[in-house]
Design a protein. Structure first.
Length: 235
């Protein structure tokens, strides 16, 4: 069965923050929908596009899958305490909600290791190779790029060519949550110390995880295989 793309609308940070505020309240799911419809209606005129945008926002922060269910309680707590890092927390929840966002981040991250610029046509071709050439994917790629520009992680000086804008993560609690999120979504078992500090999932973020941080965090298990430190999630 073909994977569902899902991300067919560009998003804004203010919309994400408003969704978190509603989800953190005592509103029912229907009340959240009604509030988002009204809120988005100030900027989006088409009822169809309001509904599509609302459903994407709710898939990230309200609806549950196996990943968002694990991450959401901690994410809501963190975003309340560390609002300066709302972008990083939203990013983790987008990874948990949408596989196409995961694959796009991985591709941009890998491309940035070899090139200073991200060429949109090359990125689209690599996504097509992974997902198949679908009209929905072509449309989704453009919307995701627009979202990343809106979030301030990509800039564009020439049409079709993008540069990554790095964001410094200076809070250990945020870095740990990012790595915890990546390992939940990726679900590949053990990771090397280098892998968790250079994840392509987080290409726009300058973050560091120390061995001390891992040892003090009960969510992680550390082992030593052949003289190399490996990290896994606590079961």
């Amino acid at each position: 069965m073909a994977k569902m793309v899902g991300l067919s609308r560009n998003l804004k940070m203010a919309w994400m923050n408003q969704t978190v505020e509603l989800v953190s309240s005592s509103f029912t799911e229907n009340e959240i929908k009604e509030n988002l419809n009204e809120y988005l209606g100030f900027e989006i005129k088409s009822p169809t596009n309001i509904r599509k945008t609302r459903e994407i926002l709710m898939s990230i922060w309200q609806y549950e899958n196996e990943h968002t269910k694990n991450l959401r309680p901690k994410a809501l707590d963190l975003i309340k305490k560390q609002s300066d890092y709302a972008l990083e927390i939203h990013w983790c929840m987008m990874l948990a909600a949408y596989p196409v966002f995961v694959d796009m981040c991985k591709l941009i991250g890998k491309m940035s290791e070899f090139h200073d610029e991200i060429i949109l046509s090359q990125l689209k071709q690599k996504l097509f190779d992974e997902w198949g050439e679908r009209t929905t994917l072509y449309h989704s790629t453009d919307k995701l790029i627009s979202t990343m520009k809106e979030f301030g992680v990509l800039s564009c000086d020439k049409p079709g060519k993008y540069q990554i804008k790095k964001h410094k993560v200076a809070k250990d609690e945020i870095s740990s949550f990012m790595v915890y999120s990546m390992m939940n979504v990726d679900n590949s078992g053990y990771y090397s110390f280098q892998e968790i500090n250079t994840s392509t999932y987080f290409f726009p973020f300058d973050y560091r995880i120390s061995k001390e941080m891992l040892l003090q965090d009960s969510r992680f298990v550390l082992n030593n295989f052949g003289g190399e430190l490996s990290i896994a999630l606590q079961e």
